[in-house]
Design a protein around this ligand. Structure first.
Ligand code: AP5
Length: 216
């Protein structure tokens, strides 16, 4: 099998990060995630880019999109260094989708579908390891010891944008900007819709079937 070029797309909380970790490990590809890249550079000075705010932080905490110029550059750089990859969090609007078409081809596009009510429950209950980034959930995926990561012993924190107000806005931003990207890809030979409301193991099984069917 050649190194697969995989796009995973879906609303906030659909399980993109959770399943991308499985894909990266099982298929030996890079996990390219604009969300993590931006969280690691929240206070980067972007004032020379003629943007409303001077850093990504303000956009992210409100749940709004960071300007395209910033994210396009992050993805272009990461893709230029990757052999195979799973791309998570990009493209989020049609202009970003056009940019991506200039940067690379895709072998498979995995679209995770989850209802809005379930997404709100998942995101407001999510806890993330401050050190290694592993996801937990206060109800659905509890750590053995409260507040402590099972993988590395790090502190579990709540993301700044996982409060109810930001979550509602992120879901509205998704409907307005990213849903049209999914509609644009739907019908493509490489497009596979996955029921993201199944258990994580069942979602993972469907993802493996989809990748194996599309990558030689
Ligand atoms: P980003 O970090 O990409 O966040 P997101 O898209 O909102 O996605 P999440 O990470 O919240 O959810 P996920 O789908 O990865 O779900 P997860 O696996 O964690 O982006 C953050 C911000 O950065 C944006 O708002 C924007 O400001 C900016 N940004 C990023 N990319 C950008 C771009 N291209 N352009 C402009 N701005 C950009 O799962 C969620 C929870 O559910 C976890 O607790 C998990 O344990 C649980 N869970 C997962 N799967 C299941 C399951 N099957 N059943 C039950 N629970 C499950």
């Amino acid at each position: 099998m050649s190194a697969p070029r995989i796009l995973i797309i879906g609303p906030p909380g659909a399980g993109k990060g959770t399943q991308s970790a499985n894909i990266a490990e099982a298929y030996g590809v890079d996990h390219i995630t604009t969300g993590d890249a931006l969280r690691g550079n929240k206070d980067m000075d972007i004032s020379d880019m003629d943007t409303e705010y001077d850093t990504p932080r303000e956009y992210m905490e409100a749940g709004d999109l960071v300007p395209d110029e910033v994210v396009n550059a992050i993805v272009d750089e990461a893709l230029s260094q990757a052999d195979g990859f799973v791309l998570d969090g990009y493209p989020r609007n049609l202009d970003q989708a056009k940019e991506l078409e200039e940067m690379t081809d895709l072998d498979v596009i995995l679209s995770l579908d989850v209802s809005r009510e379930e997404l709100i429950d998942r995101l407001t209950g999510r806890r993330v390891c401050d050190d290694c980034g592993t996801n937990f959930h206060v109800e659905f995926d509890q750590p053995e010891e409260e507040g402590v990561c099972d993988e590395c012993g790090g502190d579990l924190i709540q993301r700044d944008d996982d409060n109810r107000e930001s979550v509602e806005n992120r879901l509205d931003v998704f409907e307005e900007n990213t849903k049209p990207v999914i509609d644009h890809y739907d019908g493509d030979d490489s497009f596979v819709a996955i029921d993201g409301e199944q258990t994580p193991d069942d979602v993972w099984a469907d993802i493996q079937d989809a990748i194996d069917a599309h990558v030689e």
